[in-house]
Design a protein around this ligand. Structure first.
Ligand code: ACO
Length: 306
């Protein structure tokens, strides 16, 4: 665990600044040698157990991540081997912080078209591996984590709809400028570090998430009052509050984990969902709106009847 007090010793910041601007108090950081696949495996095993599904029954494994263990094989292939689910389709989806929503959307479509009946969907990140720990504008924001769900084909939803979008024109506002086909030379490419124009990202995130709320409700002929729970990407408490306001939802109907996890990118929505379900907060039949926004920019939502 890395607290705001720990960060005060690393960079010129304060617990007060971090809490006021972001709502973050602490975040989890992987141990030496621990990888995204390690986190994925733990989350996947818990999800399979909760769903009562054996790894051999899976038709597909989709991992949302922007911090894979290797360039290839994908983290999904490494995970498939660990789980002993040999033979099924396995792939990673890179949509930065929207990675879990993208993976969920792809899995939902695999099931709807009849290709698959059981799909493991994971969101997992070790962002701490590419944080510049001398840069106070970014290092206070991020943490490591993973969550997973198992989707099973059924006549009744489940997932009512998913909506996925991107706008690559914003590539300069939030990125890691190192890449294999550019020669992978961190020293000449700005370093293996997340670079973000925070306040510009903030404004686009608030507007975009407001719009995807409208799009999701309209696609399902629903109104704001039909949504029981908001399970948002956990980047910043102020962005979360803006989306809750858009939905006219009180904060006790919003799942918040950013205070303890920081921004875990693709890990954040499934971690929040896991906490909400396992704590018994969410009742069967209730409507959940999941949403995320991240580098790309990418954004997505899912409307779910639990
Ligand atoms: N501690 C103390 N002061 C700081 C820190 C810090 N850690 N970081 C920045 N400051 C200072 C700045 O230098 C600036 O000082 P100045 O006024 O003297 O120039 C001042 O605080 C205000 O900085 P802003 O960047 O304007 O602060 P803002 O209120 O915008 O908050 C934040 C910054 C928290 C990053 C916010 O903009 C934000 O949350 N942005 C969106 C993040 C996000 O949603 N990312 C998307 C997902 S991430 C992904 O996809 C990987």
């Amino acid at each position: 665990m890395l607290t705001n007090a720990d960060l005060e010793r690393l960079v010129d910041t304060s617990d007060e600044w971090i809490q006021t601007r972001t709502g973050i108090r602490e975040r989890r950081i992987v141990a030496e040698g621990q990888t995204t696949c390690d986190l994925s495996e733990e989350a996947a095993k818990r999800a399979l157990e909760a769903a009562g599904v054996k790894a051999e029954e899976l038709d597909a494994i989709i991992v949302g991540t922007t911090t894979p263990d290797l360039v290839f094989p994908s983290t999904a292939c490494l995970l498939q081997d660990r789980l002993g689910a040999h033979g099924c389709c396995a792939m990673d989806v890179n949509a930065a912080c929207s990675g879990f929503l993208y993976a969920l959307g792809v899995a939902d479509k695999f099931i709807r078209c009849g290709d698959s009946s059981k799909v493991l969907v994971v969101g997992a990140e070790t962002l701490s591996r590419m944080v510049d720990w001398t840069e106070r504008t970014t290092c206070v924001l991020f943490g490591d984590g993973a969550g997973a769900v198992v989707l099973t084909a059924d006549d009744k939803p489940g997932i009512m709809s998913t909506h996925l979008h991107a706008n690559g024109a914003h590539k300069d506002l939030l990125n890691v400028e190192v890449g294999v086909s550019r020669g992978f030379k961190p020293e000449t490419q700005g370093g293996l570090a997340i670079r973000m124009k925070g306040s510009e990202v903030f404004k686009v995130a608030v507007n975009t998430l407001g719009n995807i709320v409208d799009e999701t409700l309209a696609a399902n002929n629903m109104t704001r009052s039909d949504v029981d729970w908001l399970i948002p990407h956990q980047a910043n408490l102020r962005i979360i509050k803006a989306t809750a306001k858009k939905l006219a939802l009180p904060m006790d109907r919003v799942v918040v984990t950013v205070d303890r996890h920081g921004n875990t990118s693709a890990g954040s929505v499934p971690l929040a969902l896991d906490e909400a379900v396992r704590s018994g907060k969410i009742a069967r039949g209730e409507v959940l709106l999941l949403e995320a926004f991240g580098g790309g920019f990418t954004w997505g939502s899912a409307l779910i009847r639990y």
